[in-house]
Ligand binder design. Structure first.
Ligand code: DC
Length: 222
């Protein structure tokens, strides 16, 4: 039996940094499900699929084989065998993903099946929005990781300014609040804390403190 750690929460709560560190510490694989949704959006963008063309969405969705692999210890997302890491983090792909791709039932069904299969065959730390509620309802450990919108905006602002990108912290916070709303209010698999998930608010915690807190929840892992 594989060991499953599910981490859900809103954008910018630090899920991927923490999940990656935790996976390394435990020797598990890290599965970034947001990257899988982004890869699907990228495929639709390439194939010029529009949000209201349901037959085309259904067809393209089944054509897209999206999986996670590792190159030099780094997670790589493959779309039909092609490494798409470099093209899925653009604003265009991000907006498409949150505004319609992640709301589509066919897309969710397809990616949920791929994610379940990864977790069946590997010990995983999987992060996303619906992991504890839909993808891995029987996960050994479930965490709902959050932080205030102001703290999340400040983290993003610091990250961007460190890269020399000019940005407006109020705009970043507005975008975060909008994305939370879209993720929490969609009809299928909305972002919410699973009844048996442990709430971790990282607003006043360091990355290492969060990793330790989650690690302490793991009992009897292989
Ligand atoms: O975590 P992220 O920002 O890369 O996720 C991109 C989008 O995909 C975001 O709008 C939420 C959505 N998503 C989802 O609906 N379900 C998941 N399990 C993971 C991400």
């Amino acid at each position: 039996m594989s060991y499953q750690i599910a981490i859900d929460g809103p954008a910018g709560a630090g899920k991927s940094t923490i999940a990656r560190k935790l996976a390394k510490q435990k020797g598990f694989i890290y599965v970034d499900t947001g990257a899988m949704y982004r890869a699907m959006a990228y495929y639709f963008l390439k194939k010029e699929v529009s949000p209201d063309d349901i037959p085309s969405i259904e067809k393209r969705c089944m054509e897209a084989d999206i999986t996670i692999g590792y190159e030099n210890g780094e997670q790589v997302v493959y779309l039909n065998g092609e490494n798409v890491n470099g093209v899925i983090r653009t604003e265009e792909v991000g907006n498409m993903t949150s505004s319609w791709v992640s709301k589509n039932p066919g897309v969710r069904e397809r990616l949920t099946a791929l994610q379940k299969e990864l977790a069946r065959t590997h010990d995983v730390v999987m992060d996303g929005r619906d992991i504890g509620t839909c993808v891995l309802p029987h996960a050994d450990v479930k965490v709902y990781l959050t932080a205030s919108a102001a703290v999340r905006a400040k983290r993003r602002y610091d990250e961007l300014t460190a890269k020399g990108v000019a940005c407006d912290i109020r705009q970043i916070e507005e975008d975060i609040v909008l994305r939370d709303k879209q993720d929490m209010n969609r009809e299928i698999a909305p972002l919410k804390q699973a009844a048996d998930a442990v709430l971790v608010d990282s607003s006043d915690m360091t990355i290492d403190e969060v990793v330790t807190a989650i690690s302490n929840l793991c009992r009897g892992e292989s």
